[in-house]
Structures are given as C-alpha cells and as structure tokens.
Ligand binder design. Structure first.
Ligand SMILES: Nc1ncnc2c1ncn2[C@@H]1O[C@H](COP(=O)(O)OP(=O)(O)OP(=O)(O)O)[C@@H](O)[C@H]1O
Ligand SMILES: O=P(O)(O)OC[C@@]1(O)O[C@H](CO)[C@@H](O)[C@@H]1O
Length: 315
C-alpha cells in the first residue's frame, strides 16, 4: 500500500480561457474541479493504476467536504483529519496557447490539537504501507522541520519515504535521509542556491542533494524529461508528447509512476516518465490510467546528455 500525506490539500479549480487580459472580465470557455494537493494527486494516480493507496489529509469547511466527495467518487480511500479552518481553493487559468497560470492559496492554519491528530493518523495508517509519499507545501502551524520529523518516524517504523516539497522544509528533511526526493527544476535550483541551465547542471545539483542526505533524487525537468540520481548511478529519461493540455499534477503523476514501479532504478524512472508524459496530455489534473500510457514513447539512458540546454532553465 502507498500512503500519501498532504498537509495542505486543495480544491483545484481550473478555468479554460482564451487569453489572460489583466483588468478585464474574462469569460471562461470551460471549467473543472479536482480534488488537489500533491499527495492527493499521487493517491489518485496510484489508484488509477489499480494499486492500493490511502490518502491522509486535513479537511475543513465546505471546500473540504467537496474534496472528500470528489475523492469518494473516484474511489480513493481517505483517512481524513477534521480541521476547523476551510480547505483552500487553488485556481488554474489555462490559456488556449497552453500557458497556465496558477494561484495557490495559503490554506488554513492548523492548531496544536490538529497537528497532533495529523501525526497520529499518519502513524496509524503507516502500518500497512510500503511507501509514504509526503507531498506539497506545509500549512501555517507546521514548522519547516515537520517533514524531517515524519521521515525519522517513518524510518523508525521501517517504512520508506518519498518527499516532494521545496525550500526550508526540503532542506530540513534531507538530514533524515529520505529514500527519494522529487524536486522540479526550480526546486532543485532553489535547494542548491544557483541557477540550472543544462541537464549536467541538474545532475550536479541532484548529487549535492544526495550529499546533503537524500538517498535518491528524482528530478523532474518539465518538457526536458526527468533525471534519477542514486547510489547506483544517474539516468536520464524523456518521452515524446503529442500535445500538452495541462501540466498540473504531472510531477505528482510521475512520482506515483516511480513508486508503483518499485521506487528504484531505471525501470521506475521509465514508469515515472511515462506517467508524466501521459498526465500532461490530459485536462486539469486528471491522472492517467494504464490505457493512457505509451511506454514505447519513453527513452531512458545512462548516457546523460549533460550538455543539453534546458528549454526551461531554472533560477
Ligand atoms: N511541456 C511538457 N512536455 C512534455 N512532457 C512534460 C511537459 N511538462 C511536464 N512533462 C512531463 O511531466 C513531468 C513532470 O513535470 P514537471 O517537471 O513540470 O513537474 P512538477 O513541476 O513537479 O509538476 P506539478 O507540481 O504540477 O505536479 C516531466 O518531468 C515530464 O516527464
Ligand atoms: O501549494 P503546493 O502544496 O506547493 O501545491 C499545491 C498544488 O499546486 O499542487 C498540485 C499539483 O502538483 C495541485 O493539485 C495543487 O493545487
């Protein structure tokens, strides 16, 4: 079972708009609502692949009830932590030329009792887990060391942990040696404190994260593909994509693909790349089912193209 922990989940609202004109009334041509937050998306992708998953998340207010309903409709097993504050709503504005603008709300502040209940729920649900995926930003009320503490607790219970977060929460967690971290290019650049212009720069940064404590680094580089750097070496994976519809949750889909394929080595990287490529071709944060995957379009190589310039350099 893959347990996911999303301390700051969201109701994701996507509006499709012709283009963004600041200061104008923009008429959306389409809208959709998805249960969101990075760990929630990992659970949705794991469930779409037919594997067992449980999502731990604080839920509060009307948006929280809606997130619970949407997850129920998708058959996702949830271990909810009731909280007084309302779950946030995050907005994505998807323009017809493919540009996507996202507005992420801060979310509710968790009280001391809510923090305790969240930790206790994770502890109870960890019993059957092979992996815990801890994902996303931390809500107000959780210290930057919160994920570090969770990594230590998971390891004490003999469970492997995957971490997808950024900034101080990522840096603090590295010292507890998470089994895999999944930064995107910007998060990787932020963690090492310098811009990344080439795939080789990303490999060096991933190696630095390993020196800081990560056992493996699965770095997603947007349209450029993905890198896996572990004690066994480095691999680069990419896939042909016909048309990008929405990249929201593509990283989460990738992490799910990596974990369901064992969470280790080039086969898991190939699965991560296949899941990322399939996710960007689906609307909103819809997660791919096995029928959406095109493994033949994926290439994974140990000959990392270090000189390749990133199409989306990160600073
Ligand atoms: N424009 C694109 N074209 C082709 N593949 C893409 C594109 N964008 C993303 N992907 C695929 O999806 C993977 C994850 O994307 P990205 O690096 O943007 O993740 P992310 O920033 O963590 O996303 P999110 O936080 O929304 O889940 C990429 O590594 C790649 O495999
Ligand atoms: O604000 P965070 O926690 O960093 O990210 C939240 C979020 O942008 O991540 C998911 C996509 O990865 C969305 O479902 C959600 O809205």
């Amino acid at each position: 079972m893959i347990l996911t922990v999303t301390p700051n989940p969201s109701l994701d609202r996507t509006y499709e708009v012709p283009s963004l004109d600041r200061g104008e009334v923009i008429r959306a041509t389409g809208e959709r609502m998805d249960p969101g937050g990075k760990g929630v998306n990992v659970s949705r992708a794991v469930a779409a692949a037919g594997q067992r998953t449980v999502a731990v998340l604080p839920l509060g207010g009307a948006p929280g009830a809606l997130v619970a309903d949407l997850l129920d409709q998708q058959g996702i097993e949830v271990a909810p932590v009731p909280v007084a504050g309302a779950t946030r709503s995050n907005i994505a504005l998807a323009e017809s030329d493919g540009v996507l603008t996202k507005i992420n709300a801060p979310g509710p502040e968790l009280s001391g009792a809510e923090r305790e209940l969240l930790l206790e729920t994770v502890r109870q649900q960890s019993r059957d887990a092979s992996w815990i995926a801890c994902c996303g930003s931390l809500p107000r009320g959780l210290a930057p060391s919160w994920y570090a503490d969770l990594v230590a607790r998971a390891h004490a219970a003999g469970v492997r942990i995957a971490l997808d977060t950024s900034g101080p929460a990522l840096l603090a967690a590295l010292r507890e040696r998470p089994d895999v971290v999944k930064p995107n290019a910007e998060e990787l650049a932020g963690a090492v404190g310098r811009p990344l212009a080439t795939v080789g720069d990303a490999v060096k940064a991933a190696e630095e994260l390993r020196e800081m404590g990560a056992r493996a680094v699965l770095a997603s580089l947007g349209a450029d593909g993905q890198l896996l750097v572990s004690d066994k070496g480095a691999w680069f994976g990419s896939a042909r994509v016909a048309a990008v519809r929405s990249n929201v949750g593509a990283g989460d889909s990738s992490l799910a693909g990596f974990l369901i394929a064992g969470g280790n080595g080039p086969e898991a990287l190939a699965s991560a790349v296949a899941h990322g490529a399939a996710a960007v071709q689906l609307p909103g944060s819809v997660m791919p089912t096995p029928g959406d995957l095109d493994p033949a379009a994926v290439t994974v190589t140990a000959e990392v193209p270090a000189d390749r310039v990133l199409t989306e350099p990160a600073s």
